[in-house]
Write a protein that binds this ligand. Structure first.
Ligand code: VGL
Ligand code: ZN
Length: 201
């Protein structure tokens, strides 16, 4: 077991990001077994859930005439418009049935403000509204974070980059992540994480 200063943060391992889901990531379900195995090593495990109201502003369907995977400008900046996914209370928003949720110390839900998306587990996409995760980690004396889950180039990368910026020591287990890879987003995310001093294992 690793020291009590270390936590595993497993991002958005939900049905909608797995094959057959509304925003399926290729081989998204392949992260389940390695993440379950990682939980056994860590004294603290945190799971996140993307958790959107039905008419969320990040959904293409909320913007008449807009195509899924196009981009628009919202008051807080550029936003990719996604197919509707992870709608509160639906099966698509549920964790993959193979994920060992019994091990979770904390389940953090994000993206519930209809006007604001939240890729990162720390801040919503305005980069200012905090989720409270930083306070949870600091008050527990956690300094070192390992990330895994979905998707490498969006919610995992944004979470890991925020964690590094906040001064945590950060590793991303790329073997336990899978990417959306929209217009070179994976390459861009990997170089941003490398530049931020994140270890990519
Ligand atoms: C995610 C796009 C939209 C993710 C969530 O979990 O990476 N990507 N919402
Ligand atoms: Zn989302």
């Amino acid at each position: 077991m690793r020291p009590k200063t270390e936590a595993l943060i497993a991002i958005d391992i939900q049905n909608d990001f797995c094959p057959g889901g509304a925003l399926a990531v290729a081989q998204g379900d392949a992260v389940v077994a390695p993440v379950n195995a990682l939980m056994a090593e860590f004294p603290v495990t945190i799971l996140t859930q993307d958790w959107h109201p039905a008419a969320h502003s990040s959904f293409a369907g909320s913007h008449p005439g807009a195509a899924p995977f196009s981009q628009i400008a919202l008051p807080y900046g550029k936003q990719v418009l996604w197919p509707a996914h992870c709608v509160i209370g639906t099966q698509g928003a549920a964790f993959h049935p193979g994920l060992n949720t019994d091990q979770a110390d904390l389940i953090l839900r994000k993206g519930s403000d209809p006007a604001l998306d939240s890729y990162s587990a720390f801040f919503e996409n305005d980069r200012q509204t905090a989720t409270g995760l930083e306070g949870y980690l600091r008050t527990r004396g956690i300094t070192t974070l390992t990330f895994a889950g979905l998707a490498t180039d969006f919610c995992v990368a944004w979470s890991a980059l925020d964690a590094a910026r906040l001064g945590f020591s950060v590793t991303v287990r790329t073997d336990a992540c899978r990417a959306i890879d929209l217009d070179g987003s994976l390459r861009q995310a990997m170089s941003a994480m490398q530049a931020a001093g994140i270890s990519l294992d």
